[in-house]
Design a protein around this ligand. Sequence first.
Ligand SMILES: Cc1cc2nc3c(=O)[nH]c(=O)nc-3n(C[C@H](O)[C@H](O)[C@H](O)COP(=O)(O)O)c2cc1C
Length: 416
Amino acid sequence: MLSFFSLSSLQNPSLRSPLLLMATKTLTVIPANPEEDLDDRLCSDLAQQDQEQQQRLSSGGGGLGGEGHAERAWAHWRKLGSPKMVVAPMVDNSELPFRMLCRKYGAAAAYTPMLHSRIFSENAKYRSQEFTTCKEDRPLFVQFCANDPDVLLEAAKMVENHCDYVDINLGCPQRIARRGNYGAFLMDNLPLIKSLVEKLALNLNVPVSCKIRIFPNIQDTITYARMLEEAGCSLLAVHGRTRDEKDGKKFRADWNAIKTVKDAVRIPVLANGNIRHVSDVYSCLEETGVEGVLSAETLLENPALFAGFRTPEWVGDNEHSNKEGGLDQADLVVEYLKLCEKYPVPWRMIRSHVHKMLGDWFKLHPTVREDLNKQSKLTFEFLHDIVKRLRDLGAGIPLYLENTQAAALANGYDQS
Ligand SMILES: Cc1cc2nc3c(=O)[nH]c(=O)nc-3n(C[C@H](O)[C@H](O)[C@H](O)COP(=O)(O)O)c2cc1C
């Protein structure tokens, strides 16, 4: 009997403890309470996971992709609270402080940026800079790109105690992915993809998920999704664009294709593409029947999207059914900066978020943007001053809420 939980690490303790303990100690896990002893926490986490693993192994179940597998995949999803609104993986952009900001405003789960499995497994500096988390940062998907099952497993083992899924990036269409032979370019080598999923499914304590793109032909997409499920994948996130449809603004995601995948597999499915405001979330859930949605680009501009806040662009004809929500993107930048002080990340990520959240404000006052661009070394003081200057110049673009939500807020509805 096999499952997404490791047999080998249970049977051979030498495979488990040294690697795990060595690996987890090299990660930057930011404790909620710094006084808490990390070693104690890790040891009790391990003991609890062993106990859970024993229970799972003795409770029966099918092979890698059998009926038992689907049941366990659903049980895991439900245990996490069946999160519907999820922050998509974004290189340099879905880092800890941004995830925490989105979680405050309605995101029920989040992905890390894609991490390179080989570099992650070899380089402690890369690990500590590119992967940070904290107790409140759950449910969490940690995403890797990979093309070697052993290397992927080594990297995944280092994070398995700090996440709810280890995710494989099978969707990146960029040139760098072609050169590195990962992401969507593995769609040309399905046996390799199968071996990556199987390796994780057989050896990890947490389930494996995959983020995929669709093939131009729907039958190929179905065969692909079923192969992933059979290989032990416990959750599929389907980006409804093909590998060649790189520009999200030019090509609409195909929700019909996502629905077809949802109907073809037995594991939970998330949809990705065309989520620009909260009404899109509900339309997508209804049209595709999926369990939840991911959003990427729009969340960068408006991290409060999942709480119902809209930029003026998405108020459109419905102007009378929307009200100013008492929150704007500058407020969100200030909150984000505070989170960055608490959970430090490289300045390049902070710079990128400030540009994206304040992009429309900078259009009104380009000189302030130029000053930001000229500043090669950033400080929090400088960035707070940028926000203050925009406000003093009278820039102020509100975020809107539908009237019903605005009324709920006024009556004390708690966003958090
Ligand atoms: C800045 C940025 C970085 C991204 N990085 C990743 C990544 O690391 N892994 C991944 O699977 N997809 C990545 N994507 C793709 C998104 O996760 C998502 O699939 C895509 O943007 C479509 O969703 P959207 O229409 O909501 O933007 C990235 C997208 C953006 C905008």
